[in-house]
Design a protein around this ligand. Sequence first.
Ligand code: APR
Length: 253
Amino acid sequence: MRLERWGTRNVLAMAKIFVGAQDRVFVLTGAGISAESGLPTFRASDGLWAGHRIEDVCTPEAWEQNPALVWQFYSERRAQGAKAEPNPAHHALAELEKQIGERFFLCTQNVDDLHERAGTLRLTHMHGQLAKSRCEALCGAAPVDDSTIYKSLAEVGRCTCGARLRPHIVFFGEVPLEMELIQRKIGDATVMLVVGTSGSVYPAANFVHWARQGGARTVYIGPEPPLNASAFTQVVEGKAGAVIPGLFELESS
Ligand code: APR
């Protein structure tokens, strides 16, 4: 594990994050935290988009023009996600939440359910969830649980309003979910931990700036610095599963 220091505010050159009795921790995770569970990241050369142009599988236009391909892509993701298991990084974050309760909040860009399966309770999926579908006509019906691996468009279910179900995924160009809640939680946070995200997709790449405006300490963990590395108080270079267990030093009450 290599430690890098960025910016003048970084004074701690050690892989420990002190969580005081009054601290509130906001965690943002990206595809990197699930890499050690066997789920490929998006922008690695062997990543998820390989063989698929984003425009063909993850935009409102793709859905309009070729819903069969979009459902094929997300059905493959469902199959892959179901085989994956939470890794030590997911478990360590769930353990931190057990210790600090309501002072913990996690926002993930991931659509897999590995945080929930590790036991995390206070979380939101800003880019949607693989194991849910929702009405393509936005009739107002809530997303429904749906882990079906569809073999053809004809199998895809219908909403109660009659419209076709689409994956509960935020396509490029769509507004991420729960932004009001997320902004509030960032505003409350005194510590922000960001794990395994390249810092290339907005608004998530801006969260570190919002947290710093509020005076929070901000730490990034991943094997390489993200694009927005210079905004962090501290960047810890290493794999999430190796770094996060044992990372937190809790103030004893
Ligand atoms: N531990 C921590 N980080 C890791 C690990 C690991 N074991 N392995 C890889 N990483 C890091 C990479 O260094 C990279 O910075 O994870 C990051 C993955 O970046 P991306 O593939 O760009 O994924 P992400 O940032 O989550 O993508 C954001 O883009 O395509 C959309 O909606 C999709 O939510 C996704 C969003």
